[in-house]
Design a binder for this molecule. Structure first.
Ligand code: NAD
Length: 246
């Protein structure tokens, strides 16, 4: 028996990387999964094929920074799934830049996708959530440590935590749990530009001596999306192999 039998879950940015792993993990545990994607329908369809091996789901195109697209996406999801039990705000972007190279347009883009995107998705999804609902945000270790090449990204991921804690307090009356995951270095497209030497160096810096896998993050999300975390809200789980111990 899966941990999410009979539940419906909407996962943003689920066509690849961590979001893909979350969608498949949730399906393995019985959830009906809404696979949000931004550009690659083909990749999203492949994730849906994986999801269908275990459960069922649907693909949903939307740019999370676009309020109207998000509204439409949520309506389409609810039309089929009837409710939203679990919402995972995973979509995010990172642009490697020194602070003085961050142009105002880039600052706005990072904030609009990483932070306002969460606002848009929550704003339209929460009305469909009931008692027992779970919201999970994807923050980052950089929200805690700061970043040498991503002040905008670190600020957006720290902003997510303030938003998450506030929603946790506001939605506690409705028995909706709101938490975050803060991944360390995870093996996805976000670190695709690393050379093999950089990867090895980074792995050796991690106390557990490896770069994290998307499944490591998906496992933490599964816990936060399931009844196992019913008495946890406003909390952040660090998934970083000990790279940053809070
Ligand atoms: P990724 O680039 O592989 O995936 C990001 C996903 O977000 C993609 O599916 C992409 O299409 C989607 N996306 C981007 N802009 C979007 C938009 N405007 N609307 C809808 N979807 C959009 O990276 P990932 O590593 O899988 O990242 C997933 C999340 O985890 C992100 O929020 C990222 O910041 C966070 N994170 C990743 C790492 C890491 O080391 N990989 C570390 C800490 C936090």
């Amino acid at each position: 028996m899966g941990l999410l039998e009979g539940k419906t879950a909407l996962v943003t940015g689920a066509s690849r990387g961590i979001g893909r792993a979350i969608a498949i993990k949730f399906a393995e545990h019985g959830a009906f999964v809404g696979i949000n994607y931004f550009k690659s329908r083909e990749k999203a369809e492949k994730v849906l094929d994986e999801v269908k091996k275990y459960s069922d789901g649907m693909i949903l195109k939307a740019d999370v920074s676009d309020d109207m697209e998000v509204k439409k996406m949520v309506e389409i999801f609810v039309e089929k799934a009837e409710k939203i039990d679990i919402l995972v705000n995973n979509a995010g972007i990172y642009r490697r830049s020194l602070f003085l190279h961050i142009k105002p347009e880039q600052w706005d883009e990072i904030m609009n996708v990483n932070l306002k995107g969460c606002y848009n998705v929550c704003r339209h999804s929460i009305p469909y959530m009931k008692e027992g609902g779970k919201i999970v945000f994807m923050s980052s270790q950089l929200a805690f440590k700061g970043s040498t090449h991503g002040a905008d990204y670190a600020a957006s991921k720290a902003g997510i935590l303030g938003f998450m804690r506030s929603l946790a307090l506001e939605l506690a009356d409705r028995k909706i749990n709101v938490n975050a995951v803060a991944p360390g270095t995870i093996d996805t497209d976000i670190i695709a530009s690393y050379t093999p030497e950089q990867r090895e160096k980074r792995a050796m810096e991690v106390p557990l001596k490896r770069i994290g896998m998307p499944e490591d993050v998906a496992n933490a999300c599964l816990f936060l999306a399931s009844g196992l975390s019913d008495y946890i809200t406003g909390e952040t789980i660090h998934v970083n192999g000990g790279l940053y111990i809070h």
